[in-house]
Design a protein around this ligand. Structure first.
Ligand code: CS2
Length: 503
């Protein structure tokens, strides 16, 4: 048995990671993506500047597994960069520890309140924002946190069953910081930086935090906290990009052989990485630009381009790929029939709706995405990307569809994509398998209802019409537009013949 990777057992073959002096960042949702993206920028900025204030306390939301991977390693892990022809391995030491709030809520709240903490960053995925179909904070889902927020505000010990969601935990952390600021008569400004794939992600999060405060502390009771939030906390938007699949057991074994120590925290990413951050910080921040990040006043153009071109096409490949029996995105994009439809979504539907960011050529960007998707080394699966369709599709296809319909055009690639999504959902329902989506049970009931009580009797085109019209999916009433519905129904009839998932 080889030793476990640790700050004290570093392999000499790879440059040593940084050891931050203190926690400066609390990161909510420390999955593989954060470790292969923002933590790498933070690591590289520390190496470039020698500024060691920016250690990360990671918070794992769903299970304790990332804590159990990283805590025994003193937070150190490796990043395998997997290109089509070359791989490389780096060690990252920016993460100092990982907390699982089910057992350590107080520690997380206290760390957010510390004057040396200047940032809370988030990658909790679209569904982690706990919103209703209309986009408001789902106060039922975060009821436990709201009750705790009220109790903590009144100076009582919260009856803590662990936090119920990232927005609730974040709001409680900010409230703890506000109370500490009041106690010490300082302001403790802080920046909350979301790194999830949503349009206007910072504005969305700011609104949800305000809704949490309004729900827990309505009226005068919450006024001082609201004033502090408005004056001392900023919520910049950011666009993040790097393809980071789930790490496989085989990759862990290969890296163990290469390093001579076992790394349970290994993450894998493609060579490409991009981070565009709105330059709106309440206090100090790491010099991420030293690691290649772009700090700008206008993130929106990048956000929109990335969501509609990259993520939009990614989701099309995932659903169409599953229907055709392809396990990976790389296989799906090499399938000529699917590639043709991906190009249609990219270049005919999405591209005309976008304003290019300064100096960027979006057609070339679109072509480069197809090359990135074809990289076989990441092993990114169609199943992984197809998760949580109802949470992702609105941002990925929704605005493209709305804008093309408004311009008098039917977006054919997007209609095909919707048909592929619908067909995956229908087949899961017919097979009696759970649809991997927070609205999965609702969709399964819908498919059965379309079939008059039996999913197996539901016609694919009727399911496609019903799912396209699902509340909260497509903005601007586009899900009810007969031009789109007819196009989706026509596509699904073709797709229903494919023998992939559930066939
Ligand atoms: C993917 C993204 O899983 C998904 O839905 O589309 O995670 C994608 O890999 C990243 O956004 C790339 O930056």
């Amino acid at each position: 048995m080889t030793d476990r990777l640790h700050r004290s057992t570093l392999p000499g073959t790879v440059p040593a990671p940084v050891t931050p002096a203190s926690v400066g960042i609390v990161h909510l949702g420390i999955g593989a993506f954060h470790r292969a993206h923002q933590a790498v920028y933070t690591e590289q900025a520390a190496r470039a500047t020698g500024d060691l204030r920016w250690g990360i306390l990671g918070v794992t939301q769903r299970s304790a597994s990332v804590r159990d991977q990283l805590r025994p390693q003193g937070g150190v892990y490796s990043v395998l960069t997997a290109g089509a022809t070359e791989t490389s391995l780096d060690l990252v030491g920016a993460v100092l520890d990982v907390a699982w709030p089910a057992e350590e809520t107080d520690r997380v709240l206290a760390t957010i309140a510390e004057p040396t903490t200047h940032l809370v960053t988030l990658t909790v995925t679209e569904k982690g924002y706990c919103r209703t179909a209309s986009g408001a904070l789902d106060t039922d889902l975060v009821a436990g946190d709201l009750a705790a927020l009220r109790a903590e505000h009144a100076g009582d010990d919260a009856a803590d069953d662990g936090p119920s969601g990232a927005v609730g935990l974040l709001t409680r952390g900010l409230a703890a910081r506000f109370r500490a600021a009041a106690e010490h008569a300082d302001h403790r400004p802080i920046t909350v930086l979301t790194c999830d794939n949503m349009v206007d992600n910072g504005r969305v999060l700011e609104r949800l935090v305000r809704e949490a405060v309004d729900a827990a502390l309505p009226g005068a009771e919450g006024d001082a906290l609201r004033a502090w939030l408005a004056g001392s906390v900023t919520f910049p938007c950011s666009m993040v990009d790097r393809i980071v699949p789930a790490t496989t057991a085989e990759q862990r074994d290969d890296v163990e052989a290469a390093l001579g120590v076992r790394d349970e925290g290994l993450v894998v990413g493609e060579p490409f990485s991009q981070w565009v951050v709105e330059d709106r910080f309440a206090g100090p921040r790491p010099a991420w630009e030293e690691a290649g990040a772009t700090l700008t006043d206008d993130v929106a153009v990048w956000e929109r381009a990335k969501l509609r071109l990259l993520n939009g096409t990614h989701s099309l490949l995932a659903y169409a790929g599953r229907l055709a029996g392809h396990e990976t995105i790389a296989e799906a994009v090499e399938d000529p029939a699917i590639l043709a439809r991906a190009r249609e979504l990219l270049f005919d539907d999405a591209l005309p709706t976008l304003t290019p960011p300064e100096g960027a050529d979006l057609r070339a960007y679109g072509e480069s995405l197809l090359v990135r998707f074809a990289n076989p080394a990441t092993g990114h699966t169609t199943r992984q990307v197809s998760m949580d369709g109802t949470q992702k599709i609105p941002y990925r296809w929704g605005d493209t569809i709305v804008e093309r319909l408004a311009a008098g055009e039917v977006p054919r690639g997007a209609a095909y994509a919707l048909a592929a999504w619908s067909e995956v959902v229908r087949r899961e329902a017919v097979a009696g398998r759970a649809v991997d989506d927070p609205r999965g049970p609702e969709m399964q009931r819908m498919v059965a209802a379309v079939g008059g009580g039996s999913a197996a009797d539901a016609r694919p085109e009727d399911v496609a019409r019903a799912l396209t019209a699902l509340a909260g999916m497509l903005p601007g009433g586009a899900g009810l537009d007969p031009r789109l519905l007819d196009a989706v129904a026509a596509e699904v009839v073709e797709l229903a013949g494919l023998e992939g998932v559930g066939a």
